[in-house]
Write a protein that binds this ligand. Structure first.
Ligand code: PBG
Length: 314
């Protein structure tokens, strides 16, 4: 059976969160599909969906729930047939998808690093003793306290503008953003920042990667997505997500993970940190590019064994 390509009459519905970054990611996906298939913009419809994570603005994310906060409503729309594909920041994705859905298409990955953001563009190493840093990320908080127990970390939520305003008001002297977000929103020139090397702060698993989810039985959409898939990002996601799955990571767990490819070899670095920053355990392995899933599982088992029970307890 052959399926028609999406058209102006029957557009492909692209589901996404409504934040500026999520919309930029959906528009990038649309542009790549237009180019790959010679389709006009009108063959696509971008559908913004509000998630629990978007709705609840006044509480720390860790209090509301784990990963899935930014994805559940979008996956429900996909299962109900209200949208045809869903575009996600892979960093926010649970390691397993609900029955009936599949996530195996990745766009070329953006910069994986975190950015250190201050009003004057200073670097993390120059932050004065006892300074206040704002972040809602347990990983960044724990990593920071591990290196700099003198610093004070306060809860910080909101979009880039909100965070800059809080810095201007003196609520904190510095905060963090993902380089990927700054780049995708083309805000790098307007937001004073310094990229942080992975050696200094290992990024979150899947940071900077965009994944596209679809209904498992939807062969027409699978064929449509095939030409925009980036194989290298797929190999790196296999390793990082297997690592996360082996640690049962939620966004309440301080975990860093980064897979890199070079000359057909894959290097996987991983790190777990006690929430109070008192201890960090890391792993660094290399293997064939196709062995990512096994390497990720082995790295997780290694860290689990060394950490023992209660490592992530507050
Ligand atoms: N949890 C929110 C989130 N999910 C993905 C990104 C950034 C973009 C990316 O990593 O792909 C961000 C914001 C941030 O960390 O600054």
């Amino acid at each position: 059976m052959s399926h028609p390509l999406p058209s102006t009459d029957r557009p492909l519905r692209i589901g996404t969160r409504g934040s500026p970054l999520a919309l930029a990611q959906a528009h990038e996906t649309r542009a790549r599909l237009m180019a790959a298939h010679g389709l006009p913009e009108a063959a696509f419809e971008v559908v913004a969906i509000k998630t629990t994570g978007d709705r609840v603005q006044d509480r720390p994310l860790g209090e509301i729930g784990g990963k899935g906060l930014f994805t559940r409503e979008i996956e429900d729309a996909l299962l109900a047939g209200d949208i045809d594909i869903a575009v996600h920041s892979m960093k926010d994705m649970p390691v397993a998808q609900p029955p009936g859905l599949i996530l195996d298409t990745y766009l070329p990955r953006e910069d994986v690093r975190d950015a250190f953001v201050t009003l004057d563009g200073g670097r993390l190493a120059d932050l004065p003793h006892g300074a206040v840093v704002g972040t809602s990320s347990l990983r960044r908080r724990s990593q920071l306290l591990h290196r700099r127990p003198d610093l004070q970390v306060v809860e910080f939520r909101g979009n880039v503008q909100t965070r800059l305003r809080k810095l201007a008001e003196g609520v904190a002297q510095a905060t963090f953003l993902a380089m990927a977000g700054l780049n995708r929103l083309q805000m790098g020139a307007r937001v004073p920042h310094a990229p942080i090397a992975p050696e200094e702060m290992l990024p979150a698993v899947a940071q900077g990667a965009i994944g596209i989810e679809r209904r498992q039985a939807d062969d027409a959409t699978a064929a449509l997505l095939a030409p925009i898939h980036d194989g290298d990002t797929g190999l790196r996601m296999a390793a990082e997500r297997a690592f996360l799955a082996g640690l049962d990571g939620s966004c309440q767990t301080p975990i860093g993970g980064l897979a890199e490819l070079s000359g057909g070899r894959l290097r996987l670095r991983g790190e777990i940190i006690r929430p109070d920053g008192s201890e960090a355990l890391s792993t660094d392995a290399e293997g064939p590019a196709a062995d990512g899933a096994a390497m990720g599982a082995a790295a997780a088992a290694d860290l689990r064994g060394r950490a023992g029970p209660g490592f992530f307890d507050f």
